[in-house]
Design a binder for this molecule. Structure first.
Ligand code: KIV
Length: 272
């Protein structure tokens, strides 16, 4: 058990800020449903992200763009019911906040009221700083997201590493400071060079949480289904797999089919 697991009975945005000061890495994973969120929370994770990656992982879409606010609220409310300790952060989906700060605030309020989530996450830099101020000003904690922001995939044209060139790296650093000033409590840094992630993490007071951003961020996040090995065709360099469910689940299902076909299941003890 880590010192944070001993220290914090319930994780808040303040706990994450304290963890950065104490040099304790923040562990974050995604979850989208009650059953897995229950196991993730029981294992002692600090933050559960109800990510719009649900669009890929749960619904089979190619991008995160199609998922709606209603879908996100459905996933988040299932997760919240299972969670006792972790901070639950919910992604604002594409199209629910880019229009104007008022629209972003009403989407955030719907998430907080209808799902019971503890915070929202938005993708973007300085261009959404006013929006973030508006949401934070109404009492809703906001997590930022810089670097590879999948909701902008058609602008980028590729899922390659971002901010390798100096100009984009400087903009990202300025964006991180702008998000901090706007009131974000943490920032996800996705797929950027490790050196840049280190510089950003050292330049701001709020914690950074990396995915494909190297070891110097103040925490790490992975998509749960990726780290459990549900789809071994998805193979980014940053992904460490802790299980091979793509092998284990079909093996279990094949055994069940064999047992049914051979009429071994159910046996006497399994019958009333
Ligand atoms: O939606 C998501 O899962 C995310 C993580 C990759 C950070 O935003």
């Amino acid at each position: 058990m880590s010192s944070a697991q001993k220290l914090y009975k319930k994780i808040t945005t303040n706990s994450l800020y304290e963890m950065k000061q104490l040099g304790e890495s923040i562990a974050m994973l995604t979850a989208y449903d009650f059953s897995l969120a229950r196991l993730v929370d029981k294992s002692g994770i600090d933050v559960i992200l109800v990510g719009d990656s649900a669009s890929n992982v749960m619904a089979g879409h190619e991008t995160t763009l199609p998922i709606t606010l209603d879908h996100m609220i459905y996933h988040a409310s299932s997760v919240v019911k299972a969670v006792k300790r972790a901070l639950v952060v919910v992604d604002l989906p594409f199209g629910s906040y880019q229009g104007n700060p008022k629209e972003a605030l009403s989407s955030s309020i719907r998430i907080m009221k209808e799902s019971g989530g503890h915070a929202v996450k938005l993708e973007g830099g300085n261009e959404i700083a006013t929006t973030i101020e508006r949401i934070v000003g109404s009492g809703i904690p906001v997590m930022g997201h810089l670097g590879l922001t999948p909701q902008s995939i058609y602008k980028f044209g590729t899922y390659a590493v971002r901010a390798k060139e100096e100009e984009e790296a400087e903009k990202l650093l300025a964006d991180a400071k702008s998000l901090e000033n706007a009131g974000c409590f943490a920032i996800v840094l996705e797929k950027i060079p490790a050196g840049l992630a280190k510089k950003v993490s050292e330049s701001i007071q709020i914690p950074t949480i990396g995915i494909g951003a190297g070891p110097h961020t103040n925490g790490q996040v992975l998509v749960l289904h990726d780290m459990l090995g549900m789809n071994t065709e998805f193979n980014p360099r940053f992904l460490r797999r802790y299980l091979n469910l793509e092998k284990l689940i079909p093996e279990a299902i094949e055994s069940y089919i064999d047992d049914v076909k051979s009429q071994d299941f159910p046996n006497k003890e399994e019958s009333y």
